[in-house]
Design a protein around this ligand. Structure first.
Ligand SMILES: [Zn+2]
Ligand SMILES: [Zn+2]
Length: 743
């Protein structure tokens, strides 16, 4: 049995089912609906291929019907069906709410679609899969006097609104309504104050779209020509990849150094208090540097003979101030660190909370504010409500005299807000039954962060004791939570509670144990979703809307892979980065990219024209592009020879680079199209003759798996390589029995 989210509500399925099967079961004709599966619109012809998995989200959008009576009414357009549903119930009969399913027009897929000679004019088209949606919207707009564009409150939402206005607005009153949360108050307030489309926001979106398009559609063909078919590069994406590659190089070049530590387990002489640990810090008042085991053991021999005397005790009280409420980047970091959610999953789940969840009799309710923001501001109403909750639930000592105010990044939009619950009175536990487990976990950390941000600081008593044994100085420290303050909601009180016994200067202590231990210095850690988002934000690369898609693109294109929680560049990622850094030094430069983001902000604020930003960038880019066409080495031609002979035509096989990294190709290409993966060193545990080789399902999607080079005689399949000395790996039956070798 699996449970999915169907139009925001839980639905249990008896057995495995495809989307097409689900429609049959629900008796919904597929001609009359659009299906969204985990935020992605699924074309009709693919419905039978998409298998539903546990916790999948499915939205079925009906085209026909709708609340409004014909004539004189108003059409309200939002991006998504879930949002459509939540808003629908706040507005009267006069309004019909429809979903645009994202952009109705966009740049063409088949060509760049930018007029480089004439002010970078974008050539927008209605894509094939958008035609039907647009036709339906046009039908609905017919006979209506007014159109309200209620897309999300950011550049993307503004641009979608602008395109909708151009497509549908002729002869009608068109207004933009902006709200930061989908609650009755916020929606009605927005409809009471409709505005015009903000062309500065549209300009900023258009500039980003055009810049990314120029870079993507110029660099990718260059890489095809020089390295291998199917490769791609992107403006922000390639710079983010460079961060990961640089870090990997540092890690690989790192030489670990040996060092030793000495720890004493001590106890007060009187009574039966808890023992505690003190660590050797100094010898003869000099910071210790113990590089080898011999020095450590001879020190231990000396110390054993010496009495331990408390020299000095320092008692301090420290305030642990609350953290600001979440921005997008901080939410992504916390969700990764606490819940192990990749950034893209955090955004997917947050979007469902923002767009609305069925809460019993209340119906569909937007549970959090808009999730793409770099503001830490809370609205006046939200602060009042949060302070009310703190007073009622936790008491006066947890409530600061005045509300806590946090500073946003300098360019953060004044009207935006942090990510917070639409009402803190909706405690996570109270609504748990209506949420999926992921929604519950994410909502809980948002709720806790918001409430704690308006609380008093925690107070921690911190004791440090310097303890002498002859010329050896040890240090012990402990802490005690005196007042939990903001930590009370985070459930992190215990972390602070590890007190030292009450020590006094001159006091003799009993030595229980003395340990010396070998260590090695460690390189800096690899990036995780959390630390990469943090680094991107600190460098000013990307914005709330781009962190998650950037990481996702890099993994999808096999430039980085996830290893445990870490992001590791692939060989392919390193090769492409090296080529780009060499020939596109500016475009791959962190500061240059940050400066571009600032210029987009200037466009948003009306201080710069989007065309100027694009023109300046293009001047730099096209110059490097012309040089690179000539100077970039052709990795393609430098195919490495191998001993293997092509079983199809008898010519030798060579190693080339492709979309999935290095692969073996027949040197007779293009006459002979034989291509295969490079086998690993692991011997097949089933036949003992073949080697294991990475393969991918025919669709090209999903994780790679391992098969035997003796296929089809040997049909061994495993989802990972056996570890050294491991007799057998867990076999996994794959749906596709006839996997195609990729290349
Ligand atoms: Zn061949
Ligand atoms: Zn085999």
């Amino acid at each position: 049995m699996i449970t999915i989210q169907l139009n925001g509500a839980k639905k249990t399925l008896k057995g495995p089912l495809t989307l097409a099967g689900l429609l049959l079961e629900l008796d919904v004709p597929k001609e009359k609906v659009v299906i969204e599966h985990n935020m992605e619109i699924i074309p009709k012809e693919r419905l039978a291929q998409v298998r539903l998995k546990e916790a999948d989200e499915v939205e079925i959008v009906h085209f026909v019907g709708g609340g409004a009576k014909s004539g004189g009414g108003a059409l309200v357009i939002v991006e998504s069906p879930a949002k459509c549903k939540t808003i629908n119930k706040y507005l009267g009969d006069r309004y019909e709410v429809a979903a645009s399913m994202g952009h109705v027009v966009d740049l063409p897929k088949s060509k760049m679609g930018i007029d480089l000679e004439h002010n970078f004019e974008p050539q927008y088209i209605v894509a094939k899969d958008r035609k039907k949606i647009l036709a339906e919207l046009k039908k609905k707009a017919k006979g209506k006097n007014e159109i309200y564009l209620a897309c999300d409150p950011d550049r993307e939402g503004e641009a979608i609104s602008w395109h909708l206005k151009n497509q549908l607005g002729a002869g009608k009153k068109v207004a933009r309504v902006v709200f930061n949360e989908i609650t009755k108050e916020a929606v009605l307030e927005a409809f009471n104050h409709p505005s015009d489309i903000d062309m500065n926001l549209v300009g900023a979106q258009q500039a980003r779209r055009v810049l990314d398009r120029i870079v993507g559609y110029s660099l990718s063909p260059l890489l095809w020509q020089k390295v291998g078919r199917g490769l791609s590069a992107g403006r922000v994406q390639s710079v983010a990849l460079r961060l990961v590659v640089d870090q990997e190089r540092k890690i690989r070049a790192f030489v670990p150094e040996e060092y030793w530590t000495i720890e004493a387990e001590l106890k007060k002489q009187k009574g039966a208090p808890k023992p505690f640990i003190a660590r050797l810090e100094k010898i003869d008042d000099k910071k210790i540097e113990m590089k080898d085991g011999q020095a450590a053991s001879s020190a231990v021999e000396n110390i054993k003979q010496l009495p331990f005397v408390v020299r000095e005790v320092k008692k301090q009280k420290k305030r642990r101030n609350p953290y600001p409420p979440f921005t997008t980047s901080k939410l992504q970091q916390a969700a990764y660190n606490l819940l192990k959610f990749p950034a893209s999953k955090t955004m997917r789940v947050a979007q469902t909370l923002y767009e609305g969840v069925e809460i019993g009799d209340e119906g569909s309710v937007g549970l959090i504010t808009y999730m793409r923001t770099d503001s830490v501001r809370l609205s006046g109403v939200a602060i009042e409500e949060t302070r009310g909750l703190i007073l009622k639930k936790y008491g006066k000592s947890y409530l600061p005299e005045k509300p806590n105010v946090y500073k946003s990044r300098k360019d953060a939009q004044a009207a935006h807000e942090a990510i917070r619950p639409t009402s803190v009175f909706r405690h996570p536990k109270d609504i748990e039954q209506y949420l999926s487990p992921d929604q519950f976990k994410l909502y809980s950390i948002i709720w806790r962060q918001t409430v704690s941000s308006q609380m008093t600081p925690a107070i921690v008593a911190q004791d440090t004791a310097d303890i002498a044994a002859g010329e050896y100085l040890f240090r012990a420290s402990g802490s005690r939570l005196e007042f939990p303050g903001c930590l009370v909601v985070q459930g992190r009180e215990e972390e602070q509670d590890n007190p030292l016994p009450n020590l006094e200067a001159g006091e003799m202590l009993t030595l229980l144990d003395l340990k010396h231990e070998q260590h090695f210095t460690k390189p800096s850690a690899r990036f995780t979703d959390a630390s990469l988002v943090k680094a991107l934000e600190e460098l000013g690369i990307g914005r709330p809307s781009t962190y998650a898609p950037t990481i996702q693109t890099l993994t999808e294109r096999d430039y980085i892979r996830r290893e445990g929680g870490s992001l590791v560049p692939t060989e392919l990622g390193m090769l492409v980065t090296d080529l780009l850094v060499k020939h596109f030094s500016k475009i791959l430069d962190f500061e240059f990219t940050a400066r571009m983001e600032e210029q987009l902000d200037e466009v948003e604020e009306g201080r710069n024209e989007w065309v100027n930003v694009v023109r300046e960038f293009y001047g730099v880019f096209s110059g490097q592009m012309e040089l690179a066409k000539v100077q970039m080495q052709t990795v393609k031609k430098e195919a490495e020879p191998t001993d293997e002979i092509c079983e199809t035509c008898g010519k030798p096989m060579v190693i080339k680079w492709g979309r999935r990294g290095r692969f073996m190709s027949c040197s007779g290409w293009p006459e002979c199209k034989n291509a295969k993966s490079i086998p690993t060193d692991a011997v097949c545990p089933q036949c003992g003759k073949g080697k294991l080789v990475a393969r991918r399902a025919r669709s090209g999607r999903g994780r790679p798996f391992y098969g035997c080079t003796k296929y089809p005689e040997c049909t061994f399949i495993a989802n990972r390589l056996p570890k050294a000395g491991e007799p057998a790996v867990d076999l996994k039956t794959l749906e596709e029995k006839d996997p195609e070798i990729y290349g």
